[in-house]
Design a protein around this ligand. Structure first.
Ligand code: CP3
Length: 362
């Protein structure tokens, strides 16, 4: 492994391990994205997946919010996309402007068209290179988060061929071909494992798994189709790191909309941090997880369109609800409840960060 500059801000890692912190660490999902003019400028000249596949460009974009919000932001997340895994499995994915798959999986026999035993070094080595270059470029300012999509969310994209409101095609698979579905979900999970291990080897200091469509499943179907693969990922990543004598790192699961499963996820899913969307009160989530895991989230991203007063009062309230009985924060990573959207004013994002610093402090 490469020697990296020493980390100067470990708030994120301490909170992820469940420790009390002097204030809440803060970052935002999709922090390197279209709301930033510097991102749009670079994006004007390059196709989305071309940026993902070019380590210099991915590094530059990852660093953009870190530069702009230096001293206010406590984590970076590698610029990439969850859909690089379906690509590594042999599927074509376009971004125009949302994701679209020209040749989605229609029936279980189509699984044979996928690449078996994916060599992640060969197919996704460009992400590993970007991670290593970013760690060097960060000069230890903040930790770097690696990520992947969760099997159920990736399965849904691979079958729907893009976003969906009803998930009819993906759910047809679950209910008509449950065994074939489980096999494909595990096949995806195995690629996730190797991809995440490779990201740690390349320099990622925390891993986040995005199950963006978890909330589309009933509690029973989540426990049948998603949860087993999420547990497989956390367990296998830890085993593989330990077998290669690589130090453990914290793992976050963001299962959007799956607040019904919080108790179960806190008990034994193998994740250190659970991401929350805005549909649950922080104090309620705290009670459910009962100190077993740290929490991340959870302001509605659309509050960022409400102006400074609205942002300040939402942040103040969120901080109060995440603090313990002694007015202290710990085991909490401040964030939005989902990714930031393109129309937000970057100065309002600065204000969000400033308010988190002010109201989460001891
Ligand atoms: O958070 C970050 O800054 C890191 C980079 C990142 C992107 N996508 C960059 C991106 C991360 C972590 C993702 C994850 C991702 N991608 C998820 C899970 C998180 C979530 O929001 O639920 C999902 C579902 C995707 C799939 C995806 N990629 C969609 C649906 C879209 C189009 C719509 C949208 O939200 O922009 C993308 C494109 C995408 N991924 C963009 C960025 C910056 C915008 C693309 C562009 O520049 O045209």
């Amino acid at each position: 492994m490469v020697e990296f500059p020493p980390l100067r801000n470990d708030l994120l890692l301490r909170a992820a391990r469940g420790e009390k912190t002097e204030r809440a660490p803060v970052w935002i999902m999709r922090q390197a994205g279209r709301y930033l003019p510097e991102f749009r400028a670079l994006r004007a000249d390059h196709e989305f997946f071309e940026i993902c596949r070019t380590p210099e460009l991915a590094t530059e974009i990852t660093l953009q919010p870190i530069r702009r919000y230096s001293g206010l932001i406590d984590a970076s997340i590698i610029f990439s996309d969850i859909l690089v895994i379906p690509q590594a499995m042999g599927m074509e994915v376009l971004m125009n402007p949302g994701p679209s798959f020209p040749d989605p999986l229609n029936i279980p026999a189509d699984v044979s068209k996928l690449r078996q035993n994916v060599d992640v070094e060969k197919e996704l080595g460009y992400v590993f290179k970007a991670i290593t270059q970013t760690r060097i470029g960060l000069k230890g300012e903040v930790p770097l988060i690696g990520f992947c999509g969760a099997p159920w969310t990736l399965f849904a994209y691979m079958i729907e061929g893009g976003g969906s409101k009803t998930f009819t095609k993906a759910k047809t698979w679950l209910f008509k071909y449950p065994e074939e579905s489980k096999a494909l979900l595990l096949q995806i999970a195995d690629v996730c494992v190797d991809f995440l291990v490779g990201q740690v080897k390349a320099g990622a200091q925390l891993l986040q798994v995005f199950d963006s469509w978890a909330g589309e499943l009933s509690p029973l179907d989540f426990s049948l189709f998603s949860l087993p693969t999420l547990k497989h990922i956390s367990k296998s990543v830890r085993e593989k790191l330990s077998n290669q004598s690589i130090p453990e790192i914290p793992m976050t699961l963001f299962a959007k909309g799956a607040n019904y499963a919080l108790g179960e996820l806190a008990k034994d899913s193998g994740y250190d941090v659970l991401g929350l969307d805005w549909c649950i009160e922080p104090s309620v989530a705290r009670k459910i997880v009962d100190g077993k895991v740290a929490l991340q989230g959870n302001m509605d991203p659309n509050v960022l369109y409400g102006g400074r007063e609205a942002i300040e009062s939402a942040v103040k309230r969120m901080c109060e609800k995440f603090k313990d009985g002694n007015g202290e924060v710990g085991a909490w990573i401040a964030n939005l409840g989902h990714g930031i959207t393109p129309g937000v004013n970057p100065e309002d994002v600065r204000w969000f960060f400033e308010c988190i610093h002010k109201y989460s402090a001891r």
